[in-house]
Structures are given as structure tokens and as C-alpha cells.
Design a protein around this ligand. Structure first.
Ligand SMILES: [Zn+2]
Length: 151
């Protein structure tokens, strides 16, 4: 969904799927520029080839080290619906997207300062007909479906 969330939003840390175990891992870049950066030496950013590299640290296994990011394929908080991918940088952003999708007619109240992110969610995910299914898929990726089942 790169065309929907512009790359300027892609500032690490990001939640990614651990390349070793598939559970949630953190991806960091050591700089605060949006990805990909173009490097010309250590401190100069604005030249050279697109650089997606950073460090991965898994929250579950011992995986740690350099990682070349593939986005949105590496995204941990992502769902597929109707052939499109909806991704979030991290759990917090996916929780926000869930609130927005679930709000239906009340969406303008949720939007607020997050307009920049939320206005880019494709209509497909916001359609009243797909709302329940989209929320179910988001709950699954957030682990909320298991919390409900335990109750
Ligand atoms: Zn892992």
C-alpha cells in the first residue's frame, strides 16, 4: 500500500515480522530520516542509491542484527482485504486505524490530528459492507480476537 501511505511516514522504529521466527520484531535505522534514505557517506543523506538497511531486534527470539527492509512485505501490523494491503508502522497506528474503521459515521471525531494517516486509508477498507470483516482481521493481527475468546 505504498501508494496510500507515502514513504515520508516510514520513519523507524517499525514493527516488522522477525526474519527468524515470524513474530513481532523492532526495526531501527540509527537516524531519524524517512525510508529509504539516500546516502553519500556517513552523515550526508540526499545522494546515492536508496538505502533500506537498519537493525532488527526480535521481541521473542534471539534474532538481532542487520536487516534490509522490504516494505510493506515486512510489516507486522498488516492485513489483506479485497486484494489490497493495509499496513501500520506499529501497534499504536493499527489501534488507531481500528478505531477509525470501527467508528463508521463517527469517523470525523476520531480523525483529529491523525488526518494525515487516516485520510489515506482506501475506501475499500472503510466501506460499511466490509467494516465487520476488516475489524475482525485487524483484531486478529492485534491479538484482540484471542482476548475476546478467553472471556
Ligand atoms: Zn524472532
Amino acid at each position: 500500500m505504498t501508494e496510500l501511505y507515502e514513504y515520508p511516514l516510514l520513519v523507524a522504529p517499525l514493527s516488522i515480522r522477525c526474519p527468524a521466527c515470524g513474530l513481532e520484531a523492532r526495526f531501527e535505522t540509527g537516524h531519524s530520516h524517512a525510508l529509504p534514505v539516500r546516502r553519500a557517506g556517513k552523515r550526508h543523506f540526499e545522494a546515492g542509491a536508496p538505502d533500506w538497511s537498519g537493525e532488527v531486534r526480535c521481541l521473542s527470539c534471539t534474532k538481532m542484527g542487520r536487516h534490509e527492509l522490504s516494505w510493506p512485505e515486512d510489516s507486522y501490523y498488516a492485513i489483506e482485504h479485497g486484494g489490497q494491503t493495509l499496513w501500520a508502522l506499529d501497534r499504536e497506528m493499527m489501534v488507531l486505524i481500528r478505531r477509525f474503521v470501527a467508528a463508521g459515521a463517527d469517523r470525523s471525531r476520531v480523525q483529529g490530528e491523525n488526518r494525515r494517516i487516516l485520510s489515506r486509508i482506501p475506501a475499500l477498507f472503510l466501506d460499511a459492507k466490509s467494516r465487520d470483516e476488516v475489524v475482525r482481521k485487524i483484531d486478529k493481527v492485534l491479538g484482540l480476537d484471542r482476548a475476546v475468546a478467553r472471556r
